[in-house]
Design a protein around this ligand. Structure first.
Ligand code: PLP
Length: 283
């Protein structure tokens, strides 16, 4: 489909950015991924607010309003209204004449957005779950900023893939924080918990939605630190993200989690999540 770039809608092979773009030179930019069901972006306002926070974090202003973004989303989603799609948005600090780390005095941000089909969940995941590995968190200390500077996450996700796992769950100072591309939930001793928000993890939109659904379902939860030992002995472990929804982790570093099958609390939350999605789709 078309790619939105700085006000124009272009064929992918026409959507070009300068090699002097600071996104290319420094990873000096931020991004969002927004799921869209039946042509309707899910929680667009929350995603655009998080984008604004990421931009503020790197000293940039919002290039577009929510209404302007929404018009772009409508156009990008229009060719395949029945297909579930993921919107990808990226804003970099733009092109500067010389390679200088300091923010340029005058730069026009590079603003890009595109849509791609989202694969429906593999049936086996609800039956068998996925495996994850535990790794040291080698990322920086501002993981609340959704930056395109992702090489640490790239290395961690690759390490997980090479270990035959879907995700790497990241530990810093003995605490499990999130996955390389997802947030983390555990059920331990009958208690659902997820780490509290802070600079060391991304405030996931799916995470917040799952907490809302848990509250609606009368499932109590805590936003609290998860020691790695709690993760390793948990009855249930889930990872969440906009494209993966709520995914049960049934093997951790090769060991079964709980019964080794997706757990009862996950089944309850997933049913609520699927219903929420169907409502969002307008079904
Ligand atoms: N944590 C990290 C590091 C991520 O990259 C992502 C998203 O891909 C998430 C958490 C989940 O965030 P969201 O639910 O907003 O997609």
């Amino acid at each position: 489909g078309e790619i939105y770039l700085n006000g124009a809608y272009l064929a992918p092979d026409q959507a070009m950015v300068s090699v002097l773009d600071r996104g290319f030179l420094f990873g000096d930019g931020v991004y969002e991924v927004i799921p869209a069901y039946g042509g309707r972006p899910l929680r667009a306002r929350e995603h655009i607010e998080r984008l604004a926070n990421s931009l503020r974090g790197i000293g940039m202003q919002e290039p577009l309003s929510l209404a302007e973004w929404s018009a772009i989303f409508d156009r990008l989603l229009a060719p395949a209204p029945e297909t579930d799609q993921a919107l990808y948005l990226q804003v970099t600090r733009g092109v500067a004449p010389t390679r200088d780390h300091r923010y340029p005095a005058h730069a026009t941000p590079t603003v890009m957005a595109m849509a791609k089909p989202m694969q429906p969940r593999d049936r086996g995941i609800a039956e068998r779950g996925v495996s994850a590995v535990i790794r040291d968190d080698i990322r920086w200390h501002r993981c609340d900023i959704k930056t395109t500077a992702l090489v640490a996450a790239v290395m961690l996700r690759q390490a997980a893939a090479e270990a035959g796992a879907e995700e790497a769950i990241l530990v810093r100072d003995g605490l499990a924080l999130e996955g390389s591309t997802s947030n983390l939930f555990v059920v331990s001793g009958g208690q659902l918990s997820t780490p509290a928000k802070g600079p060391l993890l991304l405030p996931g939109i799916t995470r917040d939605l799952v907490l809302e659904l848990a509250a609606q379902a009368g499932i109590p939860y805590r936003e609290d630190a998860i020691p790695v030992e709690t993760l390793q002995s948990a009855d249930e472990v889930w990872i969440t993200s906009s494209t993966r929804e709520v995914m049960p982790v049934t093997r951790l570093d090769g060991e079964p989690v709980g019964s080794g099958r997706p757990g009862p609390v996950w089944q309850q939350i997933d049913a609520h999540y699927q219903r929420f999605k169907a409502d969002a789709r307008g079904a």
